[in-house]
Design a binder for this molecule. Structure first.
Ligand SMILES: *Cc1c(COP(=O)(O)O)cnc(C)c1O
Length: 410
């Protein structure tokens, strides 16, 4: 007796609905892949249950360990960033934490650039410190400072290009070279570059070594999501052994992502490059306009010749396939008080007050830089800093918005 016949003879409605015999015809094709949702995964028999491996993509064991939907996103992200293995996490910060927790133990030290994404520094100063893992902040614009701070205790070096909020562009190639020569694992927060501005695993394209970082962390929350409505992160590697260390920690911590969120990112990925270019062009135009305004002491955007590290950006991302994301920061002249700058932010109509970036809506955040850095960097003017995330609105509308809001400074 066939399985289907057995099911149709059941009298209990609930049982029939749970064990329904109908299977739709195979071969459905559409532009977007189907979405598989599961905690439980069904095995054909006990032998399959015992033998199915969760550590590679050879089969399915439990929703937390992967579905066709999550595997598909992992592979597409590997293509985007030029890596070979990928882990998905519930946020960009969770991806950062996974790297730290997998690679550091009591007595180890992690080095973090002074302009790193703030919560990365906070994690080091919180849980990591409590667990006897020390950290030091290094000058992102001075590779010799990084070299000097690497000690026998150093197990992990974070890199970030461009730096969060202040957007200095470091000599990433030299930093990666230092980490490689000292035998320390390098992990890049690649959210800004997004796999588009430069190739994290191939910082010297066309050379024999193709030197790159060991780990690329990406807050998919930003450009890959593109909607301001999804939180997700990824950890990408090229080395299978390193990937397995990260994956075992990922598994033990129970970190997973929701299928609906994966679907949203899969839906946004095809337009990633076009959106990134649009954000990039708009941010460059507004950055140039800002340099003409007397209210600003400094405009920070890596593509501006006057911006710290512009030469490094030019060398790594300045070619035809490069990019510069959609962020810019301004430092107001010292004559402006906090209340005036706050009034400017409040007067903006299209730039909304809110954290994060990468979505269609332009955003603005005033920062207290003094509290974020070891000391006020010599390459930055003194004054109140405001960061803009440029969305996909018309550049002329955004420029008019900035112009009218500057009137609120008076
Ligand atoms: C936003 C961001 C993160 C964290 O991403 P979440 O998904 O918000 O946790 C990490 N690094 C950088 C550079 C970011 O901008």
């Amino acid at each position: 007796m066939s399985n289907a016949a057995a099911v149709t003879r059941m009298t209990d409605l609930s049982t029939q609905l749970i064990h329904h015999a109908y299977t739709p015809p195979a071969g459905f094709a559409a532009p977007q892949p189907g979405v598989f949702k599961a905690s439980t995964v069904i095995f054909a028999n006990v032998a399959a249950m015992r033998s199915t491996e969760w550590k590679d993509k050879s089969g399915y064991t439990y929703g937390l360990h992967g579905t066709p939907t999550s595997f598909m996103l992992e592979e597409r992200l590997c293509t985007l960033e030029g890596g070979l293995q990928c882990l998905l996490l519930p946020s960009g910060l969770a991806a950062i934490a996974n790297v730290a927790l997998a690679l550091l133990k009591t007595g180890d030290e992690v080095l973090i650039p002074d302009n790193a994404y703030g919560p990365n520094k906070t994690l080091a100063d919180g849980e990591l410190k409590d667990w006897g893992i020390t950290h030091r902040f290094y000058d992102p614009m001075d590779p010799s400072d990084l070299a000097a701070k690497i000690s026998p205790k150093t197990r992990l070096v974070w890199l970030e290009a461009a730096g969060s909020v202040t957007l200095e562009f470091p000599d990433l190639l030299e930093q990666a070279r230092i980490c490689r020569s000292r035998g320390v694992i390098s992990a890049l927060d690649n959210t800004w570059g997004a796999g588009l501005a430069f190739q994290p695993f191939d910082l010297e394209p066309g050379t024999a070594t193709g030197l790159g970082v060991d780990i690329s962390v990406h807050a998919l929350t930003k450009y890959p999501s593109g909607g301001g409505d999804v939180l997700m992160g990824s950890v990408i590697t090229r080395d299978p052994g390193l990937h397995m260390r990260l994956k075992l920690c990922h598994m033990r911590l129970g970190l997973g992502v929701a299928a609906n969120d994966v679907e949203a990112v899969l839906r946004s990925l095809p337009s990633l490059e076009l959106r990134y270019q649009a954000h990039d062009h708009a941010a460059r135009a507004l950055a140039r306009w800002c340099t003409q305004r007397p209210e600003f002491a400094q405009v920070l955007h890596p593509a501006l010749v006057s911006s710290p590290g512009h030469g490094h950006w030019q060398a790594l991302c300045g070619g035809a396939s490069g990019g510069a994301a959609g962020l810019l920061s301004v430092i107001f002249h010292e004559r402006y008080r906090q209340s005036q700058v706050d009034a400017f932010c409040d007067a903006l109509r299209y730039f909304k007050l809110g954290y994060s970036w990468g979505g269609p809506m332009s955003l603005v955040v005033p920062y207290e830089l003094a509290a974020m850095r070891l000391a006020w960097p010599a390459h930055l003017a003194h004054g109140i800093l405001v960061r803009f995330s440029v969305g996909l609105e018309a550049v002329s509308d955004l420029q008019s918005d900035l112009e009218q809001a500057l009137g609120a400074l008076a």
